[in-house]
Design a binder for this molecule. Sequence first.
Ligand code: SF4
Length: 505
Amino acid sequence: MAASNPLREALTSGRFCYVVELVASAMTREARVLEAASQLAQMPEVVAGSITSYAGGAMGRDPIRVGTAVRARGLAPNIHLTCVNRDRSNARSALEDLHALGIENVFALSGDYPKSAAAGGPEPTFDLDSVQLVTLINEMRQAGMPFWIAVAVSPFKYTEADCAYQYLKLEKKIAAGADYAITQLGFDARKFRELKRYLGERNLRIPVLGSAYVLAAKPAERMAKGEPPGCWVSPELLARCKEEAQVADKGLAARLERTARIVAILRGLGYAGAYLGGDHRADHVRWIIRRSEALSPKWEECAEEMTYAPKGGFCLYESPVRPPKKRGFIPRFLDIMARLFPVYKEGALRSALTAIFRMISRSPAASRGLERVEFAMKSPMFGCQACGNCVLGMMEYVCPQSCPKGMRNGPCGGSLTVNGRCEVVDKPCIWIAVYDRAKTASRVDELKLYIPPPNRSLKGTSSWMNYFLKRDTHPESHKPSSAPKAAASSENQSQDAADIVHSGK
Ligand code: SF4
């Protein structure tokens, strides 16, 4: 029988619960975090302390060590495990360490791009993306390590592609084995409602914790500029926070009240609990809990007031449906070629090409020549980096290596909330093009396909040869080890705005 885990128990029993974020940054005094953990452990509503890793893209304290100390103070830890500078064997050994320590709760995240790299330091490794990380954890769970897996989702995206893709990616994470989701922080009740409706319509019964962030003026200023990546505060809310900071308590009462209102909204909308960030003081947490309970009967009123969003920002069930964009020449041409030469199907064409590539593979010089030809063709067209495991056909002819994090299963949550631009380089997130092209071709649902991590030993070799000789990793070569929590049948999905957006009609 699995050991006691208050977080798992609360979520499986449907009891509204609280997880408090404990930031393990290098700037935070560890003794203070542990003191907070001791006090939070006395509160039955608080079921875990969530220990951050690489928060805001800066190296912090070792979350496993801090988590172990937090547990020694009586609070269940939820360890953030990011894909930053971690290859799959390193991820596996971190998970083995957690299992050996008896820690069950893991929060699987892509992670913020390291600030040091953005400032010209060494490029980070992103061997896995968050969906692949969930798949790895789930495989280890099936091998006997009882992990309880959290994943992130941001409903606070205000362009159609970014918003729709967050939900598509959440579905992939659920299919990969996620047990529950935690939202990004945000101050727009319509978006909290939108996420619940999206999951409800698809019969995806995964518990979700909504972020309730205790927002003071200084972090509000940073978030108004998009920092940390994926966080955003509207000009109206920023002005309000600054005004609140003018009074004697420097805005404390006002921000605790706002947080309690968010918690009341989450409770009213049927969220499984609240993920409290921005303040881990036990007396403040206790006040928020009590006040949110008192506000419960008025949650809809609170929701009407909590609408800090960009003007004209996209809402899945409210915004007019944008017509599909015109499909460009290259995707159209490649679609035609794929129809004329269906090499992915078993048959004479595939057998002939396999025989040719096998012959070429016997000569190192010919293999090298083939790789050079492939690279010369694909580099100018797609920004190819010769990864050797080509998935252009599954990503609407957008190369995943042109994403600074090399994500293969959808965008991270770090894009700028209002316009979907990349958190690392000044250009639109590559997943916007993937979504737009898929929408035009009426194949958005195909974006839910799981793409496994590449075989890195094939870098610098011909992906054509690797594909035909079955050396690479691609979706057909990966057998998912778990089924989705609930598969939505076509009958029980309503023909709502979301479906129209997704089908591209
Ligand atoms: S997925 Fe790999 S092989 Fe394909 S274009 Fe991108 S870098 Fe090149």
